[in-house]
Design a protein around this ligand. Structure first.
Ligand code: THG
Length: 366
């Protein structure tokens, strides 16, 4: 592919200088910002992620800040998850839908104070939805995108590396909880979270000027841990069933269809509730499933999607698929019609490299 031209619309991040120096080989654009896609190659990056520790520039996971007396009220309107039990140091994964249940985003909500939340968003302009709701109802909230950029530290050695920079206190942070930890005279929210199943942290770097000093401190401290620059890894995230908004689910998908029903438990009258509750009761007509596809590592990527067939009938669509070196199969995430989604069902997939057999599984690989 040709080069990607930068501009104010395709934003660099506070870590881009480090990412470039580390030899990044591919980018995508996410929330109008650069997101690295691979460094060495996706397979080498994958093996390294599973054995050591990586530092990821995920600044593109932008924060929508909602602050003010009506912040919780607005959060309760947008979140299908019960916000009343959220602790002061907690993060929640919250699928956000429109009035028809169609997903607009699947951010992580971070509670900073009773009257202040961040939504750490997937690719989509969720700030405009929040702002529209606030303006339309005259809510007393400030909404904006602060200069906050997540840096993820992921992999089995993440605790060791983070302890060297932030102290042993990082080991006490529980999954989807955070602590405010000091770094060179400032303080960052440090959560145990991240878009991999290898364990690790996300540092919400508050102030771009702290980006490269933190990046450099992590690499300096992690030399003997074989720390490398990395990024969300296509293979590992499919093995782990981590969903990608815009690919695996879109505004045509409800959280129930995305398999996110366990996050839809709010007693409040949130937007999309009637559709989501009805689907929870009756079962959706289609749902995301892990799919194993036959063959070796010779398939192209699904691009706009591969159709899933039962005989001559289309019964699903696969948006994410790749060869898994560890599981020695093609791993995929597919939206499958209810009559065909039982584990063990054998289907076929029209890939760009011919028709393959596919099997619906009951759980993801990791
Ligand atoms: N971290 C931060 N912001 C983000 C992401 C992130 N914004 C964009 C995108 N990722 C949002 N989507 C997800 C999807 C899955 C998870 C987090 C964000 C995730 N899920 C866990 C799982 O499925 O195993 C568990 C969630 C839970 O049980 O609460 O981590 O990664 N800052």
């Amino acid at each position: 592919m040709a080069v990607l031209s930068g501009s104010r619309r395709v934003r660099m991040t506070p870590f881009t200088q480090g990412v470039e120096a580390a030899g990044v080989k591919g980018y995508t654009v996410y929330n109008h910002m650069l997101l690295p896609t691979f460094f060495e190659d996706v397979v080498s990056d994958y093996h390294h992620l599973k054995n050591y520790v990586q530092v990821w520039d995920v600044a593109c996971e932008r924060q929508v800040s909602i602050k003010g007396p009506d912040a919780l009220r607005l959060m309760r309107q947008m979140s299908p998850r019960d916000m009343s039990k959220m602790a002061a140091d907690q993060c929640y994964y919250v699928p956000i839908s429109d009035h028809n249940g169609g997903m607009l985003n699947d951010p992580i909500a971070i509670k900073l104070a009773d009257d202040h939340y961040w939504l750490s968003i997937a690719d989509g302009d969720l700030m405009q939805f929040a702002l529209g709701l606030a303006l339309g109802q005259g809510l007393d909230v400030e909404i904006g995108e602060p200069d906050v950029s997540p840096l993820a530290v992921q992999g089995p050695l993440a605790d060791n590396l983070m302890a060297r920079v932030f102290g042993d206190v990082v080991r006490e942070i529980k999954f989807f909880r955070y602590k405010r930890l000091a770094f060179q005279g400032t303080e960052f929210v440090v959560a145990r979270s991240g878009w991999s199943k290898q364990g690790g942290f996300e540092i919400y770097v508050d102030g771009s000027e702290h980006g490269m000093p933190l990046w450099n401190a992590l690499f300096e401290a992690g030399k003997d841990l074989n720390v490398r620059a990395g990024c969300p890894n296509l293979i590992e995230r499919i093995e782990g069933g981590l969903l990608s908004y815009g690919s695996d689910m879109t505004r045509d998908t409800t959280p129930i269809e995305a398999g996110l029903g366990k996050y839809c438990n709010s007693p409040d009258d949130y937007i999309g509730k009637s559709v989501i509750e009805a689907q929870k009761q009756n079962g959706p007509s289609k749902q995301l499933r892990p799919i194993s596809i036959s063959g070796a590592g010779d398939l192209p990527s699904p691009g706009m999607g591969w159709t899933v067939m039962s005989g001559s009938k289309q019964v699903g669509l696969i948006a994410s698929a790749t060869w898994s070196p560890d599981f020695e199969t093609n791993v995929a995430i597919g939206m499958i019609d209810r009559d065909y989604w039982d584990a063990g069902t054998t289907l076929t997939v029209d890939t760009g490299a011919g028709t393959r057999s596919a099997t619906v599984l009951d759980k993801f690989w990791i």
